[in-house]
Design a protein around this ligand. Structure first.
Ligand code: S3P
Length: 164
C-alpha cells in the first residue's frame, strides 16, 4: 500500500481514497467493500446476524490481507480503534492519514444512512460520544492529520500528494 486513510464514519475516506488512487495511477481498496465481498452480505447483515465481534474479526483478517497489496486503502471508521489493528498499522511502513472532521460535518453526512449499523443503532449523542472517544486513537495511529471541513475532496487529495 502507498497510503492508508483512517477517520470516523463520514470523514470522506472512500471518496478521497478513490480520487487519490485515480490521480496517482494506483489501485483503490476499501476495507468495508472487501469485507462485504468476502462475507457475501452487507455490513448491516453481518452486524445483525453474526454481531459486531464477528465483523471485527473479519475486519482484522481483511486488513492484514489488504496491506499486502499495492495502492490506497480506505479503512472503516472503527478499524484503527481496535488494538490489534492499531498494532498492525503501527508496524506497517505505509503512511497513515487521518481525515478529521467536525461533529457538524459528520452528522450532516451520516444522519439517516441506513447502510451504517452504528448510525442506525446510536442516537446523535451516543454517536458523537463514540467519535470523541475514538479521536485520540485515530490521532495515535496517524502520521498526518488533515482537518477536512473546509476542503473539497480534490483539495484533500492535493494536500496528501504534496505530503507523500
Ligand atoms: C464502522 C464504520 C463503517 C463500517 C462499520 C463499522 C465503525 O465504515 O466499517 O459499519 O465502527 O465506525 P465507514 O467508516 O466506512 O462508514
Amino acid at each position: 500500500m502507498k497510503a492508508i486513510l483512517i477517520g470516523f464514519m463520514g470523514s470522506g475516506k472512500t471518496t478521497v481514497g478513490r480520487l487519490l488512487a485515480q490521480q496517482t495511477g494506483t489501485e483503490h481498496a476499501d476495507l468495508d467493500e472487501l469485507i462485504v465481498a468476502s462475507a457475501g452480505c452487507a455490513i448491516t447483515d453481518i452486524f445483525a446476524n453474526q454481531g459486531e465481534a464477528y465483523f471485527r474479526r473479519l475486519e482484522q483478517q481483511t486488513l492484514r490481507r489488504a496491506l499486502t497489496t499495492p495502492g490506497i486503502l480506505s479503512t472503516g471508521g472503527g478499524t484503527p480503534t481496535m488494538p490489534a489493528n492499531a498494532a498492525i498499522l503501527t508496524a506497517s511502513p505505509v503512511p497513515v492519514i487521518l481525515l478529521a472532521a467536525s461533529d457538524a460535518t459528520i452528522l450532516q453526512r451520516v444522519t439517516g444512512d441506513a447502510s451504517r449499523p452504528l448510525v442506525n443503532d446510536l442516537d446523535t449523542t451516543a454517536l458523537l460520544d463514540l467519535k470523541h472517544r475514538r479521536a485520540p486513537l485515530y490521532e495515535a495511529a496517524a502520521d498526518l492529520v488533515i482537518q477536512t471541513d473546509a476542503l473539497t475532496p480534490q483539495q484533500i487529495v492535493t494536500t496528501i500528494q504534496d505530503w507523500l
